[in-house]
Write a protein that binds this ligand. Structure first.
Ligand SMILES: C[S@@+](CC[C@H](N)C(=O)[O-])C[C@H]1O[C@@H](n2cnc3c(N)ncnc32)[C@H](O)[C@@H]1O
Ligand SMILES: [Zn+2]
Length: 266
């Protein structure tokens, strides 16, 4: 079971005691106990998932996009994480787990811990790599990872909790953050009336990390890719704009415009 790879690195979300794992549960010295789901992920949510958690159809669409159109974005994250090297890689808001799985492929001695608030995400991530442990957990409440246990924290298009990312990172550990640039999917957003990106994102990112992390590198990936009608539908369906009924889509040229920043913990 791939959860085993995280033994010794996980802590109780209620008291931060070290979690002991067995085949069907995890428990801390204070007696808090959590279930391992049949699909192989550890459920540390302590309640129902939030109503807006990503759904199984969103995850399916995202999975296809990551193995197709977003291949170079995945490669960008792999380069950033393997440049700093790591034994323990945590992916916060991991979704399908494909980014951290690709990083683990490049780092044969590393293990990964994927966390996400979505049950559908945790199910997928549980089967995506033999050295990846999948856990449902809420980034805002703190990662269920021991202080200083991680060498790299990945946060790819997902919510950030800088103080907690710093807590789980080893001294001089690295945080890899991927965010969309203003032109990311611009014509798709215009054609289908999708939500605009937040123009102040960069400033807020810098402010939230100041004093806790220092920037080590920043790489922008800009591509125009031809997407089929099905790929366009997947890009819409994987995100917060997912429609209740599938829109009629046509082939489009998509702008991929993202930035990958690596920070060192101060
Ligand atoms: C845009 S998706 C990105 C997923 C993945 N990193 C990727 O790029 O394919 C955002 C992810 O963050 C997760 N998420 C949202 N709020 C969260 C929270 N408070 N704690 C943990 N994960 C959260 C969602 O369930 C979703 O899987
Ligand atoms: Zn506990």
């Amino acid at each position: 079971m791939s959860l085993d790879v995280a033994a010794g690195f996980l802590v109780c979300p209620l008291c931060r005691g070290t979690l002991e794992l067995d085949a069907s549960s995890a428990h801390c010295p204070a007696g808090h106990s959590f279930d391992v789901a049949r699909q192989g992920y550890l459920n540390l949510l302590g309640g129902p998932q939030p109503k807006n958690a990503d759904t199984a159809p969103m995850l399916e669409a995202r999975s296809r996009v990551l193995s197709g159109l977003y291949g170079e974005v995945v490669a960008l994250v792999v380069r950033a994480a393997s440049a700093v090297g790591a034994h323990v890689v945590v992916d916060a808001g991991a979704g399908t787990g494909q980014y951290v799985a690709a990083v683990l492929e490049a780092l044969p001695d590393a293990i990964g811990i994927a966390t996400d608030v979505s049950v559908a995400a945790a199910r997928r991530a549980a089967g995506v790599h033999p050295r990846l442990a999948s856990i449902t957990a809420d980034t805002w409440k703190g990662l269920p990872v021991a202080d200083g246990a991680a060498d790299v924290v990945l946060c790819v298009f997902a919510p950030r909790n800088p103080a907690d990312f710093a807590r789980v990172l080893a001294p001089a550990g690295h945080l890899v953050v991927v965010t969309p640039e203003p032109d990311h999917l611009r014509s798709l957003r215009a054609a289908y009336g999708l939500l605009d990106l937040d123009p102040d994102k960069d400033i807020r990112l810098e402010q939230s990390l100041a004093g806790v992390f220092e920037l080590v590198s920043s790489d922008r990936l800009t591509r125009a890719v031809d997407a089929t009608a099905e790929e366009v539908a997947d890009v819409i369906a994987m995100g917060p704009n997912a429609f209740h009924s599938d829109p009629a889509t046509s082939p489009e040229m998509l702008e991929i415009d993202v930035r990958c920043r690596t920070y060192r913990r101060l």
